[in-house]
Structures are given as structure tokens and as C-alpha cells.
Design a protein around this ligand. Structure first.
Ligand SMILES: Cc1ncc(COP(=O)(O)O)c(C=O)c1O
Length: 300
């Protein structure tokens, strides 16, 4: 399938407060965000016209900016409204939503105190990659790169720079025939995939790594709430890779991946089963509820 480049599409992009035609949403090559990765972003999904957990994503975007030392010059209310406005302008009800904030071109050096903070929001169609075949599961290779110590990188921020090792890991996994990579952290504990958190079913309980050096995903927190409703015990703890053979099921959770069963990690094979399917279906129902209902059904 031919790729449609992201800079050559139809539609509107919200850019610093105004809607601009898609192809005109440009920035200068000497922008600080490009050279020094001073950018933070979000990945959201709209279902039936509602952006799932929109305020949680917007709050995380603002917090990510603050962690990188800048205030995004818009309130949460304004950003929520802008996300909805782009979705409507592009005539979409089911879509991926991508807000991104970055330091501008006023100053191009490590110090960037005088840079202006920009914000852009785009939406595009991005159906679940696995469609009806999702229960088949994906295959993960083990990454060589590790999630860094929180004193080595701003790991609580959804910062663009943190994705550098994600892309390296995903490319290596794809070159070896896998769909994605599973990353360990700086201690050698299981961390997450390159764009989603991971859950293991062990003796009927749900085990997931403590998110102390990687993103505590909004999907992850929603899945924990859904598991609670099903009386499935959730255990958040340090998980060593040596324990992975004990798991009977494994799945990923993230906005883009939604709930995605895993059928292989390196040489280990898994059969996606009842717990994964139950939570996958519960999540599918949750995302299509009205926003107020979502908060009641899965508070995070
Ligand atoms: C590295 C990484 N971890 C975890 C997640 C899952 O986060 P969320 O469920 O909030 O999308 C994402 C996706 O945003 C991610 O990019």
C-alpha cells in the first residue's frame, strides 16, 4: 500500500489558535523543537465523535510541557475545545488526535529561555491495525535499548526525545521479523513496548510493571479500572524478564494499540485467552460510552 505522506494530505490543522489548511501547517527548520527535541505531544482517539479521556490527555500534555520547563500558553479548556474543533473541521468521528507543543525558532542553542511555545493539533483516520484479527496477537522482540533512570531523562513527560530509543528498538524488532519491541528498564526489569504498556496474566491475576520510569498510560489506568470491575486482581510490581514464562496471557494497552493481545515475546509463545479477550471487549465498550459515563465506568 502506498504511503500518503503526512505533509501532503487534505484537511485542517489547528496551529497556534487558528485553523490552517493541512499542507500549510509548517515550521522553520531552525526551530528549537527540531534540533533539541524540546517538544511534547499527546496521542488520543476519538470514538463516535467523543475523544476518549480528553481531559486526562490534555492535563498530561500540560504537565509534560512543565516537566520540560515550559508552560503551554493555552488552558486545558481551550485545548480540549481546539481538539474537538479540529475533529469537526476534518469531518471525523473516529480518528486519532495528535496535539504537539514545541519551542520555536527565536533562539537556537541549548539555552532556549526566549523561545515561544507553539501548539498544533491534527487528526487523522487510524483504524485499529489488527481489525477483526486482533485476537491473533502480535509478536514482540526484546529491545537492546533500555528505559532510562528518571534522573537520566524526564521519563514522566511524553517528550519527543524519549521516542528516539523507541524508534531504534522498533526498527530493530521489525528487521528481525517482529511487530514491536518489549523494552526493559535501566535495572533490567520489564518496562513497556515502544508505544504501549504491558500486562501479564499470571495465575489468573493481572500483573503489570510499576510505571516509575515510563509513561503510566491512560489506557493502562483504564484497563486496571476495568479489571477491578471484573474482580480481577491487579498487581503492580517490578517484573523480571525471567518471570515471563509464567504468564498464561500477555497484552499491550495504549491509545493507538488499544488492548492488543501478544502471542510471542522473543522465543516465548502465548495464546491470547479469556482475560485478554474480556478486557479487550470491555475496553471497546468503554471507549464508545458518553464521556460522563466513561468517568463513572472507569475512573482513573
Ligand atoms: C511509550 C509509551 N508508553 C505507553 C503509552 C500508553 O499511553 P496511553 O495509554 O496514555 O496512550 C504510550 C502511548 O501514548 C507510549 O507512547
Amino acid at each position: 500500500m502506498a504511503l500518503v505522506p503526512f505533509d501532503d494530505r487534505d484537511g485542517q490543522i489547528w496551529y497556534d489558535g487558528v485553523m490552517v489548511p493541512w499542507r500549510e501547517a509548517k515550521l522553520h527548520v531552525l526551530s528549537h523543537g527540531l534540533h533539541y527535541a524540546s517538544g511534547v505531544f499527546e496521542g488520543e482517539r476519538a470514538y463516535g465523535g467523543n475523544i476518549f479521556k480528553l481531559r486526562a490527555h490534555t492535563d498530561r500534555l500540560l504537565a509534560s510541557g512543565r516537566i520540560l520547563g515550559f508552560d503551554i500558553p493555552w488552558t486545558a479548556e481551550q485545548i480540549d475545545a481546539a481538539c474537538k474543533q479540529v475533529l469537526a473541521a476534518n469531518g471525523q468521528s473516529d480518528a486519532y488526535v495528535r496535539p504537539i507543543a514545541w519551542r520555536g525558532a527565536e533562539q537556537l542553542s541549548v539555552s532556549a529561555q526566549q523561545t515561544k511555545i507553539h501548539l498544533a493539533i491534527a487528526t487523522w483516520a487510524w483504524p485499529n491495525l489488527f481489525g477483526d484479527n486482533r485476537m491473533k496477537g502480535v509478536r514482540l522482540g526484546m529491545a537492546e535499548w533500555r528505559r532510562p533512570h528518571p534522573q537520566t531523562a524526564p521519563t514522566a513527560s511524553k517528550a519527543a526525545g524519549l521516542y528516539m530509543i523507541g524508534t531504534l528498538s522498533k526498527h530493530a524488532a521489525e528487521a528481525a521479523g517482529f511487530d514491536d519491541a518489549l523494552m526493559l528498564d535501566w535495572r533490567g526489569q520489564v518496562a513497556e513496548a515502544t508505544g504501549a504498556n504491558v500486562f501479564f496474566v499470571i495465575d489468573g491475576e493481572l500483573h503489570t510493571p510499576t510505571p516509575d520510569c515510563f509513561l503510566d498510560g491512560i489506557t493502562r489506568r483504564s484497563v486496571k479500572a476495568l479489571a477491578g470491575k471484573r474482580q480481577i486482581k491487579v498487581v503492580e510490581r517490578a517484573i523480571m524478564p525471567e518471570e515471563m514464562p509464567r504468564a498464561s496471557e500477555v497484552f499491550l494497552a495504549g491509545t493507538a494499540a488499544e488492548v492488543t493481545p501478544v502471542r510471542q515475546i522473543g522465543k516465548l509463545e502465548y495464546t491470547p485467552g479469556r482475560v485478554t479477550e474480556t478486557l479487550l471487549r470491555d475496553y471497546e465498550q468503554l471507549v464508545r460510552m458518553a464521556p460522563a459515563e466513561v468517568e463513572r465506568a472507569a475512573p482513573i
